[in-house]
Design a protein around this ligand. Structure first.
Ligand code: 5GP
Ligand code: MG
Length: 178
């Protein structure tokens, strides 16, 4: 992993390869395309920053016409431990009312981000509100669980394919453990 070094840490092990991810993202795109109709006016809402690469691949795998927006919720600082505090740093400009909203998350860990965020989005009266997470550590049962999950993930700290450690490693084309 010659391109995988960063200050202080080196990813130890590839957990999901670029090829595995690409295959799974295609499947998710097909399932999501089948689950909605054009009349749903699907809005795919990516949680920045971690979802940016997954979003870029996923929306290109969704054949149904849809729109894209982002929101920024921050629950982790530079460290690896969740503070439990979710701040909304950027709010989607798009109206959610009456639309099918699909929130795209990089990884579900404690579920705190979704637990705090989803009620705030639900309050804007979307016709439906679902979650597609690339990775899920299955540490806790979340209510509701994401409708789509790319992979069940090991309880390691994962980086790459958008996921960072102190802003490093987001560019890696695979998911690796630190
Ligand atoms: P939760 O709120 O479910 O505990 O954590 C969700 C957020 O924490 C994710 O969107 C992600 O930003 C961050 N996170 C949780 N686990 C990991 C991990 O293994 N690696 C990285 N890079 N971020 C993580
Ligand atoms: Mg994050």
């Amino acid at each position: 992993m010659a391109d995988a070094t960063g200050p202080g840490r080196t990813p130890q092990r590839v957990v999901f390869s670029a090829e595995e991810i690409a295959q799974r993202v295609r499947e998710l795109g097909t399932e999501i395309s089948a689950a909605y109709g054009e009349e749903d006016r699907l809005l795919v809402l990516g949680l920045l920053k971690g979802s940016f690469i997954f979003m870029a691949d996923l929306v290109r795998a969704i054949s149904l016409p849809h729109q894209v927006d982002f929101l920024v919720a921050s629950s982790y600082g530079a460290g690896k431990v969740s503070s439990g505090d979710v701040r909304l740093l950027y709010d989607p400009a798009s109206s959610l009312a009456g639309r099918a909203v699909l929130v795209v998350e990089d990884i579900v860990d404690s579920g705190t981000t979704l637990r705090r965020l989803l009620p705030r989005l639900q309050a804007r009266d979307p016709a439906s509100l679902e979650v597609c997470a690339l990775l899920h550590k299955r540490l806790e049962v979340i209510d509701p669980e994401p409708r789509w999950v790319g992979f069940d993930a090991p309880n390691d700290f994962l980086v790459g394919y958008g996921l960072d450690y102190a802003e490093d490693f987001r560019h890696l084309p695979y998911v690796a453990s630190l």
